[in-house]
Design a protein around this ligand. Structure first.
Ligand SMILES: [Zn+2]
Length: 148
């Protein structure tokens, strides 16, 4: 395994922020643990995914994400001319419009989704006497944050 340059504070800060956001979300949903975190990182962010992975494995210990898998998807950098919308390679427009460029993608840093485990829904308790409408509408429906 390639190890991380100790100077990659950039990746460390990013990894810490990803972990804390995921933990906050997991807590909000009452998770017992995080199984997977899917991250999308734009190519233009100059983030080394291996580095994020490395830091993640070291800072996740002792948290809800201790056994979580981090999946990193790299989003390709796509740049276009503002005027004719021609694709621009390596930041150098070749179309000659001289109109500047739009960065279409490649600058994202998103948590796509997290997969969590929840405690089994409690069957007892929480049932006021005389109430007949306890079937639907309870908050115990398992909401999983998953989007693929
Ligand atoms: Zn152009």
């Amino acid at each position: 395994m390639r190890s991380c340059n100790p100077r990659s504070v950039h990746e460390l800060a990013i990894t810490e922020s990803v972990l804390s956001q995921s933990l906050a979300e997991a807590r909000k949903q009452g998770a017992t643990r995080i199984r997977r975190i899917k991250l999308a990182i734009g190519e233009g962010m100059s983030i080394v995914p291996d580095c994020v992975q490395f830091y993640f494995d070291s800072i996740k210990k002792g948290t809800l994400a201790e056994q979580a898998k981090l999946e990193v998807e790299t989003v390709p950098l796509r740049i276009r001319c503002k005027k004719c919308r021609a694709n621009v390679e390596d930041m150098i427009p070749t179309c000659g419009c001289n109109a500047g460029v739009d960065i279409v993608s490649g600058q994202e840093l998103n948590i796509d989704y997290i997969e969590i485990d929840k405690p089994p829904a409690r069957r007892s308790g929480f049932r006021p006497k005389g109430s007949k409408t306890q079937e639907g509408g309870q908050e115990s429906k398992c909401k999983r944050q998953e989007s693929e």
